[in-house]
Design a protein around this ligand. Structure first.
Ligand SMILES: Cc1cc2nc3c(=O)[nH]c(=O)nc-3n(C[C@H](O)[C@H](O)[C@H](O)COP(=O)(O)OP(=O)(O)OC[C@H]3O[C@@H](n4cnc5c(N)ncnc54)[C@H](O)[C@@H]3O)c2cc1C
Length: 376
């Protein structure tokens, strides 16, 4: 049984090392965010080094469910109410553009499959109907699906999002790291930053999502680590799922890969308090819940070949923090995608690079770290 993610076994990101004496900008974290940010800065002529305590892409970016979805962690109708109609529309529009960009960057690590958001019960059906109507009202492509006979257990309707897709996330990181390296970025893997004081650079970008505890106390208050657990099976005989599926408010998610193996994650809410942690271990209760759900879904338990966990960053309003960290001149952050970071990580890595270069963006205010980070 493998305890490392299937993705990293299939494709472990690596780039040739390069020396740079002095850098203008240090990026902490070599996941989707850090690699996207570093590449964008280097293409504008900045000298950049990316540090990571582990190998490239070995954090959440190499451990996730492989869903590439538009939007953010909140439902679209809820986002309209919470963040404002204009802000929600802009956010969804930009994430749709970013899915297209991700598709171009990722190449064959991306498949444009669409995604299916399922209602597990009548209550959730009413909720996702609200989301479907809000999306259609604002001109976003979405299809209502009533016919779900390919699925066990019974679900109560679904939204099909036609422009979403499935990504091999470690493959995406590899492509982003290659682009960054080509633009001149130096990578320092297996180099933990213990204190920002020791980082020699004019500016620092923190791109650690849920795993950067201890770098700045203010960020520790605003970014809460959460653990997600995932399993992968041996390839099945049949193709049962054409696209990523998710249910119970996104708590449960699964997809079938090209080779017909299933990747299934979720059930964090079965033990929600113990899963608010940055300890990257799997646990019996969640792993058992994943196995039991596989049996419900498939009628039998296929061989499970990989079991792993990963850590992502949650925020109070489910939106990331992107921009300058209040009270720390020259320190920037892009993190806290609340479990939705494959597309948002790419968007926000490039967004924070733009902010650092002095560019304003309509999303800057929505994602401003000052809304959640108290200057202590
Ligand atoms: C189980 C799971 C399933 C998920 N499923 C999905 C999904 O299907 N779709 C989706 O969109 N999102 C999903 N997510 C969320 C998504 O994976 C993350 O939001 C995204 O990968 C964040 O990328 P990142 O580059 O910001 O952070 P990460 O990929 O976590 O990278 C942060 C890096 O910072 C490094 N680091 C931390 N502290 C230090 C330090 N002091 N010094 C040096 N380096 C440091 C870490 O080693 C790590 O490599 C999931 C997350 C998990 C855990």
């Amino acid at each position: 049984m493998e305890t490392q993610p299937f993705w990293l076994e299939e494709s472990r990101p690596a780039v040739a090392t390069r020396d740079l004496d002095h850098v203008d900008i240090a990026v902490v974290g070599a996941g989707i965010t850090g690699c996207a940010c570093a590449g964008a800065l280097a293409r504008e002529g900045r000298r950049v080094r990316v540090y990571d305590a582990r190998g490239i892409g070995e954090g959440a970016s190499g451990r996730n469910g492989g869903f590439a979805l538009r939007g953010a962690a909140a439902r679209y109708d809820v986002a309209r109410e919470t963040y404002g109609a204009d802000a929600a529309r802009e956010l969804w529009r930009r994430t749709e553009e970013t899915v297209d960009r991700l598709a171009t960057i990722a190449g064959d690590a991306f498949r444009r499959t669409g995604s299916l958001r399922l209602a597990a019960d009548v209550e959730e059906r009413v909720e996702i109907q609200g989301e479907y109507e809000a999306l259609r009202d604002d001109g976003f492509a979405a299809e209502w699906r009533e016919e779900l006979s390919h699925l066990r257990p019974d679900f109560r309707g679904a939204i099909f999002h036609p422009r979403d897709g499935a990504v091999q996330p470690a493959g995406l990181v590899q492509r982003l790291a290659d682009l960054a390296a080509e633009a001149g970025v130096a990578f320092a893997p297996h180099h933990r930053i213990e204190s920002l004081e020791n980082v020699e650079a004019d500016q620092i970008v923190i791109a650690t999502d849920g795993s950067g505890r201890g770098l700045l106390p203010e960020l520790d208050e605003a970014l809460w680590p959460a653990r997600g657990q995932v399993i992968a099976t041996t390839p099945l005989r049949e193709r049962l799922f054409e696209c990523p599926h998710y249910a119970r408010h996104g708590f449960d998610y699964w997809q079938q890969l090209r080779d017909r193996r299933i990747v299934l994650g979720g059930f964090r809410d079965f033990s929600i308090l113990t899963e608010m942690t940055d300890d990257e271990s799997t646990t019996e209760p969640i792993q058992e819940a994943l196995d039991a759900f596989l049996v419900e879904l498939l009628g039998e338990l296929p061989e499970v070949t990989h079991r792993w966990a990963g850590i992502f960053g949650l925020t109070q309003d489910l939106l990331p923090l992107v921009g300058p960290v209040p009270g720390h001149d020259g320190v920037w952050v892009a993190a806290g995608y609340s479990g939705h970071g494959n597309v948002l990580g790419l968007l926000c890595g490039e967004l924070v690079a733009g902010a650092l270069l002095g560019r304003d963006d309509p999303l800057s205010q929505l994602f401003s770290p000052a809304r959640l980070v108290q200057h202590v």
